[in-house]
Design a protein around this ligand. Structure first.
Ligand code: KG4
Ligand code: ZN
Length: 339
């Protein structure tokens, strides 16, 4: 399966093999990040992203085929992200996939980007259904129960900002640059996580939702109150913010796993993490403590497969194709597409 991903700021293509027994193998996985194009703007500019995808996608696909040691007509099918995401970029990838499928006479798989994240742990770790996915990226923060291919149930998610977006906004107001997550994590190492007691919005409520915008506002107000900020102030704010979100994510994950245990008594409780924020060591350490405490299993795929990539799209396409699914050539790109 050739997989194409262009829904945000990564131009990516990959060749993945799924064998008869359902095991996956990555033959190539090429990702070109557009970080440099967007750096000056402090975030992803959709029009610039779409143009960069147009410029690069052919080369990235050629490189993925080359590294896989295959010619284009040797793949069985073509998969591409059809949404959700920035519509200009999605159109570039999906239209390219349609052209390849039509000209090569191969099936087309229009993949939901979230399904790609949801199924990656089966490619990397062979995780069996059912499991709970915590997706925490720059665009999404949600719990999804994964019962099977195409069988998903959203258990909760953010009602405002995504977690990665909150990291990025806090980094911006502390002048730490973009992307913010790694910068906040780095500077937080020399900070005092207890100096500021930032709010944990929604945490007293039972529902499995997140809210990060009030927290971001509290951080802004604190920064304004202290201005001009010393290096130590910046480190302490970053550490205190990270402590707050870590507490929120760990508490919610514990609740979600308790619910999982209650609903699937016989099955092992499994939490799979996806999205760029999975790279955060504080958060993953807190999740490890939660699963140890309640006797569950934590799966964090290699970080290159947690962030956006073509292999997750190829794999989701392969899982669907194995069940006899494929899409018509007039399938639409969808900027919004809940799982
Ligand atoms: O999954 P991803 O690469 O792209 C999408 O959003 O689809 O996630 C990127 C997000 C950014 O918001 C970035 O700041 C955040 O993940 N991130 C982190 C860390 N590394 C990346 N957030 C916290 N700690 C990190 N170490
Ligand atoms: Zn993503």
């Amino acid at each position: 399966m050739l997989g194409i991903e262009t829904s945000c700021d990564e131009t990516a293509a990959s060749v993945v093999v799924r064998d008869e027994s359902g095991r996956g193998r990555i033959r190539s996985n090429v990702v070109r990040s557009q970080l440099d194009e967007h750096a000056a703007f402090g975030g992803v500019v959709p029009e610039l992203a779409a143009r960069a995808h147009v410029e690069w996608l052919d080369h990235i696909i050629a490189q993925a085929m080359d590294e896989a040691g295959l010619a284009l007509d040797e793949v069985d099918a073509i998969a591409a992200t059809a949404g959700p995401g920035l519509i200009g970029g999605v159109l570039v990838g999906l239209t390219t996939a349609k052209a390849l499928a039509a000209s090569l006479g191969k099936p087309l798989l229009a993949v939901n980007h979230l399904e790609g994240h949801a199924l990656t742990a089966r490619l990397t770790d062979g995780v069996a259904f059912p499991y709970l996915m915590l997706l925490v990226s720059g665009g999404h923060s949600q719990f999804v129960l994964v019962r099977g291919v195409g069988d998903y149930e959203r258990w909760g998610g953010t009602i405002d900002d995504a977690l990665g977006e909150a990291f990025d906004k806090v980094a911006k107001l502390l002048s730490l640059g973009h992307p913010g997550g790694p910068a906040v994590e780095r500077i937080a190492r020399s900070g005092d996580p207890k100096r500021f007691k930032f709010p944990r919005p929604l945490l007293r409520e039972e529902r499995l939702d997140f809210s990060f915008s009030g927290l971001k506002t509290a951080v802004r107000l604190q920064a304004e109150a202290l201005a001009p900020l010393s290096d130590q102030d910046v480190a302490d704010i970053a550490a205190s913010f990270q402590a707050a979100v870590t507490d929120i994510v760990a508490t919610r994950s514990r609740q979600a796993l308790e619910r999982f245990k209650a609903e699937f008594g016989g099955a092992p409780a499994q939490l799979v993490v996806a999205g760029g924020v999975a790279a955060n060591q504080e958060i993953s350490a807190a999740l490890r403590a939660v699963v140890a405490e309640i006797g569950a299993r934590l799966v964090v795929p290699p970080i290159a497969l947690c962030t956006d990539n073509g292999a997750m799209i190829a794999w989701a396409g392969a899982e669907r194709l194995a069940l006899g699914a494929h899409d018509k050539l007039d399938v639409a790109a969808r900027p919004r597409w809940p799982l």
